[in-house]
Design a protein around this ligand. Structure first.
Ligand SMILES: [Zn+2]
Length: 375
């Protein structure tokens, strides 16, 4: 039997325990696999499967403890069962040395779910990704941190508020010494110190139209948008929805009202959009038309009662939505589904969002058909 691997490597996601008369890959009751090794022969082999030694070198190094056939047979069996793969190319040609170290655990995760080749490809893809976070409040702060943890190369954060003491129960980017400072300035300092390998772009700007959103998307070549701003209330979600449809990029939105967290996602051309959902609501509850008009005319702000852990939960849920989409890990959960979680009972519900054939925003692919008066 032969193995085709040139530089075999035990996947770093598996811990190796050299126990009495046996070697175990993985830990705990759900450990991955165990190899009988009463005479300790394979304990000589496994440390050499580090991706640094070629098969030829390994065969020589373990002789005469193991024969060439025994080495090849063992490596082949471990390869076929997914514990050993080909050593990845020199990562320092793709990432800086600090990046290789920083993202090693992320890549161990990607290797587990997709193999080493995809792990490098995915980490590189994230490095080349540009995200826009509209609103660096409770959810947006945590999303910004999550994007920096994932190694998203360009994180554009937009806000125009200053840090207030009352923000500090949930907005992780800010702390007591920075009360009164502009949020984007504090956020920029935090992310730069947290992960100097990512580029944080601080945009201090008040969004006043769909065109403003579209301009920022185009200026920074944005791939994915997080709509987490609550101002101007009654407008911002509509503007982001139209802008993303026009540019053809996906976005997710999220909010928290008391104990209820809500999230939705839109992939242009593939899913229902925000306007579809609102129009369905207004059709079922016509009285809400007057309410929406009032909110817009009087710039009514929703009272805030969100706890820090709720913001973290929703932010990390949305960050996984981004990851699912960007890496193709799995279908987004919020496409055509509105997600709601009750933070007191932790019950979770997905409501169907149905694409409306006559939706003025997503039913017509021609951008000229999008009318400003629908916003
Ligand atoms: Zn629609």
């Amino acid at each position: 039997m032969k193995s085709d691997l040139l530089y075999p490597r035990l996947k770093p996601a598996h811990s190796v325990l050299y126990l009495k008369n046996r070697i175990r890959l993985g830990q705990g009751p759900d450990y991955a696999v165990e190899v009988d090794d009463p005479d300790g022969r394979y304990a000589v082999l496994l440390p050499l499967l580090d991706g640094q030694h070629s098969m030829a070198d390994i065969i020589v190094a373990v002789r005469p403890t193991l024969s060439e056939d025994e080495v090849k047979q063992a490596v082949k069996a471990l390869h076929e069962s997914g514990y050993v793969d080909e050593a990845p190319p020199d990562l320092t040609t793709v990432f800086s040395t600090p990046e290789v170290d920083r993202y090693s655990v992320n890549m161990a995760f990607y290797e587990l779910v997709a193999g080493s080749e995809s792990a490098i490809k995915w980490q590189s893809l994230l490095k080349g990704t540009h995200v826009l976070i509209l609103g660096l409040g409770g959810i947006g702060s945590n999303v910004a941190v999550a994007m920096a943890e994932l190694g998203v190369g360009t994180i554009v954060g937009l806000d125009y508020d200053s840090v207030e003491l009352r923000n500090l129960n949930r907005q992780i980017l800010y702390s007591t010494p920075y009360v009164g400072e502009r949020k984007v300035q504090t956020a920029n300092r935090f992310i730069h110190a947290f992960n100097p390998n990512v580029h944080f772009v601080a945009v201090e700007r008040r969004i006043a139209s769909e065109a403003d959103v579209r301009q920022i998307i185009n200026d920074y070549a944005i791939d994915f948008v997080f709509c987490l701003a609550d101002k101007p209330n009654g407008h911002i979600d509509f503007w982001v929805n139209i802008a993303c449809q026009r540019v053809g990029i996906p976005y997710v939105g999220g909010s928290i009202s008391g104990p209820i967290g809500t999230a939705y996602g839109v992939v242009p051309g593939q899913s229902a959009c925000y306007q579809c959902e609102v129009d369905a609501d207004l059709e079922n509850h016509p009285e809400l038309v007057e309410e929406l008009d009032y909110i817009r005319q009087h710039d009514v702000q929703s009272p805030n009662s969100a706890l820090g852990p709720a913001c973290m939960f929703l932010a990390y849920f949305l960050s996984y939505e981004f990851l699912r989409y960007r890496l193709g890990l799995a279908p987004m959960l919020t496409v055509n589904q509105l997600f709601q979680v009750n933070f007191v009972t932790f019950s979770q519900i997905f409501h169907a969002m149905v694409r409306r054939p006559n939706c003025p925003i997503c039913s017509n692919t021609s951008s000229s058909a999008l009318s400003e008066d629908r916003m």
